[in-house]
Each structure stands twice: as structure tokens, then as C-alpha cells.
Design a protein around this ligand. Structure first.
Ligand code: PXL
Length: 278
């Protein structure tokens, strides 16, 4: 059975980070080994009063134990990280466990809509850049891609601007860049997958539901990580991840649930177990 190490926080409400990664990877027929970076009562997006227990100092002893017992990951996947020290810990995890066959997927979750998330300043992007340089696959949204590459963020973008971001991203990583949250026409949203080695780009899109749906970046990247670990290409994996995320958002939109509480992905996990059997 394939094994994915998932470095991320555990937010009790919000269906993001580890509460997305674990069920999604398991449904796809792989083992997910969480490396929890923090425990929060909820995610930090537009919800006040959450608790936060930092686990940074536990990360290295935790993985040293894994090293001792000889477990080896097929994929190392990192998401939301709270500090430079946590980024350094992920770099240490990669140094410890990465072999020639290990896939490293970094979701530089730190910003959206032109702004860094609560509690981060733009210097954090410089640290995140170092981690992205070690990755085979990175999944920034447009804001994160701009901050990572030192380009200015543009709310109203065009193909030329996206090409500028992609060209700058080439300096950062030589693998796959998947830029999320790109809309080519009003009413649609999607992702642009760029295979840097072969210089091939493909855009996938779905209809857009109004509103901000929290955790959807984590859901998308967890499916992508699962499918690429299965051996599907970055393009195939992104298409499956986008379809899964869209179905989950639509379900939540139709239910009228508070979007801060996360999207209803559980109903669609069976699709991933079907993909996992292929
Ligand atoms: O979904 C990204 C994410 C993960 N974890 C925490 C967050 C967020 C986004 O706000 O706050 C704790």
C-alpha cells in the first residue's frame, strides 16, 4: 500500500488541512500518516475565538521515531504551515525521507485575494519559496504565486499576467505548478496545470458557485496528491481533483450551509475509491 506523509494542522471544524487529507487519501486506497503541526478548534478564516495549540517542537522527535522504525513515504505532502520554524521542519522531513522515487507536493497555503492569511507577513513568502524549491509539485493560488515569485498581485488578470507568473515560477521549481482559482470567463473557475519540464500547459475549469468556501484548496491538493501518488499524471490528477472539489462545493451551496464550516466532500469520497481501484 502506498504511503503519504501529510504535514498539516488539525482544525476541529472547517474540513480543511488534516481533516480533509486523511479521509481523502484513505478513500483513494492509500495510507495517510499525519504529521500534525498544530491543533486548532477551527481554521482561522473569518471565525473568531479559536484555540491554537502549537506542536512545532514535537515535529522533529515525531519523525525521528518514524525514521528509527524504518517507514518510508511514497509522497510527502505539506499544507498550511504556521511559522518559519515549521517550514524548516518540513525541509528536514524532506531531507530525511526523500529518495529518488519520493514525490514532494507543497501547497504554499498562506494567502488569498491579494492578502496574506491572518498572522503572516510577506517575509513568510520568502521562507515558503525555499520549501517550494524542493518540491516536485506546487499548488499556489494566484495570490500565492505572485507573493512567491515577487510579482505584484493583480485582481484583474489576463493571459499575459498568468504567463508572467508561470515564467517566474520556472525559477522556483522544475516540476509541476498547478495554479488554482483561475477564471478564464466570468462564471467559471479552474486551475492551470503547467508541466515545466515538457513546457506543456493545460487549463481545466468548472462553473463557479458564489461565496468563499473554506478548505477547498486543501481538498483539491489532497485529491491531487492521492492521484499523483497512484501514478496518474499531473493533468489527469488535477482534472479529478477539480471535479471532486466542484461537486463538494455545489452540494454545500445547494444545502445552504455556512461556507466557513467547510464543504460536503464526504458524499463524493466513493468516487475516489473508484479511482483508487483503477
Ligand atoms: O485551508 C487552509 C488553512 C489550513 N489551516 C488553517 C487555516 C487555513 C486557512 O485559513 O486557517 C488553520
Amino acid at each position: 500500500m502506498k504511503r503519504i506523509f501529510a504535514v498539516n494542522d488539525m482544525s476541529g471544524i472547517g474540513k480543511c488541512s488534516l481533516t480533509a487529507a486523511i479521509p481523502i487519501i484513505s478513500a483513494a486506497g492509500m495510507e495517510c500518516n499525519p504529521i500534525p503541526t498544530a491543533v486548532l478548534s477551527t481554521h482561522t478564516g473569518n471565525i473568531e475565538g479559536y484555540t491554537f495549540r502549537d506542536l512545532t517542537d514535537d515535529i522533529i522527535p515525531y519523525i525521528r521515531h518514524w525514521e528509527k522504525i524504518g517507514v518510508k513515504p511514497d509522497t510527502i505532502y505539506s499544507g498550511y504551515l504556521g511559522s518559519k520554524k515549521q517550514i524548516d521542519s518540513v525541509i528536514e522531513i524532506i531531507k530525511t525521507f526523500k529518495s529518488d522515487n519520493t514525490l514532494v507536493i507543497v501547497d504554499p497555503a498562506m494567502a488569498d485575494s491579494g492578502e496574506m492569511y491572518k498572522g503572516f507577513d510577506t517575509s513568510f513568502a520568502d521562507d515558503m519559496r525555499k520549501l517550494c524549491e524542493l518540491a516536485d509539485v506546487i499548488t499556489p493560488n494566484i495570490t500565492e504565486a505572485a507573493f512567491l515569485t515577487g510579482q505584484s498581485y493583480r485582481e484583474n488578470y489576463d493571459t499575459e499576467y498568468i504567463d508572467l507568473l508561470l515564467n517566474s515560477i520556472k525559477e522556483l521549481t522544475s516540476g509541476f505548478a498547478v495554479i488554482t482559482g483561475i477564471s478564464d470567463i466570468p462564471g467559471k473557475t479552474g486551475c492551470l496545470v503547467y508541466d515545466i519540464k515538457s513546457d506543456v500547459k493545460k487549463y481545466f475549469s468548472t462553473p463557479k458557485c458564489g461565496g468563499i468556501y473554506y478548505g477547498t484548496g486543501d481538498i483539491f491538493t489532497s485529491v491531487l496528491a492521492a492521484m499523483m501518488t497512484k501514478g496518474k499524471t499531473g493533468f489527469e490528477s488535477a482534472e479529478i481533483a477539480l471535479d471532486f472539489t466542484y461537486k463538494s462545493i455545489l452540494e454545500t451551496f445547494n444545502e445552504g450551509t455556512d461556507p466557513r464550516l467547510g464543504v460536503a466532500f464526504e458524499k463524493y469520497l466513493y468516487l475516489l475509491s473508484k479511482e483508487g481501484q483503477k
